[in-house]
Design a protein around this ligand. Sequence first.
Ligand SMILES: [Zn+2]
Ligand SMILES: [Zn+2]
Length: 458
Amino acid sequence: MKILNLNPATDIGASSWFVEMEGHRLLMDAGTHPRLEGRDALPRYDLIKKEEVDAIAISHCHHDHVGSLPVALRQFPQAHVLMTELSYFLVERVLHNSVNVMKRQREELGIQEYPLYSHDEVDELAPRIQGFKYNRDVEWASFHKTRAGFISPTLEFYDAGHTLGSAGIMVRGRKETLFYTGDVCFHDQTILRGARFEDVKAEVLLMETTRGQRQLPPGFSREKEIERLSAAILRVLHRRGSVLIPSFALGRTQEILTLLAIMMREGKLKPQPVYIGGLGRVFTEIYDLESHRTHRQYPNLQMHDALNLTVLEKGQVDKMKLTGGRLFVVTAGMMSEHTASHNLALRMIGDKDQAIFFVGYADPETPGGRLKAAKPGETFILSPSAGEVTRRCEVEDFDLTAHANRDDLLDFVGEVDPRVVLLSHGEDGSRDWFAEQIHARYPKIKVLAPKPGEVLEV
Ligand SMILES: [Zn+2]
Ligand SMILES: [Zn+2]
């Protein structure tokens, strides 16, 4: 089979893979780069201009995996789009929101190329998307090429435990097999249960490496980390300060809301409004609505009923009183400019009673990353629009990752027992760590780290 890495960057970037297997062509994921702007954020679709893509399979609905789907479909008008049925409930919301964000960025940052696609285009692609249950064989090659008696390649979605609808993708041809992990989480989170990748065997394994540079400290457990976060929240509310937890709208927000709901149910936290963003509310409702067909904890917990969720109005964060202990679970996770978490943080940073708690990754080049790195009393530039600030508020980092710990992934490589491993979705150092470890532990397995635009024959 032929595999081409379309990600324009060597870091986590914009995931997209072109696969040619037994004469059929598949695109896996169609992301956008979270830190690059305009057309630079797109995968290198120009490299496959002449190819006829039969289908586009999406691993999950985070922007770095699905954010450029309408652009890809413009180039491949005959392709159908395949994803899990849970992702199908989310994808249009995610893409319409992207249009809104790009329009805002055109105004605020003057990026003339934005929006890269329109609301109309998102509406038009809806009928081309098909949602499937986990663990079903799906035929994806176009029928005109599948001659009688020929078995066309199939794919199968495996529950990846990373966010609602997330999947690893197994592609099976007559002779070849490829498994793509997407973003995967092997351990249980507060709401979602861990990946169900049992019995995955493939000749080629394409895997994420997000946490290759993160060794868990001795004695670490997720339960203890949750306890530490719960205690920190109570401590701040007790001194009448407010708590800001910058969170991605899809996944992280619902994990934190579940934690707050459980704390209230157990009487640890007194009932009070939890402020969230509009998109966070939409995804929370979908988590609730689909709870019966989700592999999760607390199947009967409906966040909408258990919590007094209050959606922040535009401009409200600039005026609200922050004394008296309020709880904010708002976007963006990395506190990018002109978002609720950025503007709230700006008001909280200089006040020692306020607290900003990070529960996920923040790139060092983002406002969130810069705040994480700042020491108490340190003056630094939060963002171009905010300028210089002095950090006096409480800042803590909690490791509640939705990505597989590196040792779990390494064990998984052994279970899959592939001929070739392709490393993706991580910083250079992360891929290096996996390459070394796989060489040492499984010397027969060939390890490759495909560069942007590199074509591999495997
Ligand atoms: Zn993801
Ligand atoms: Zn990702």
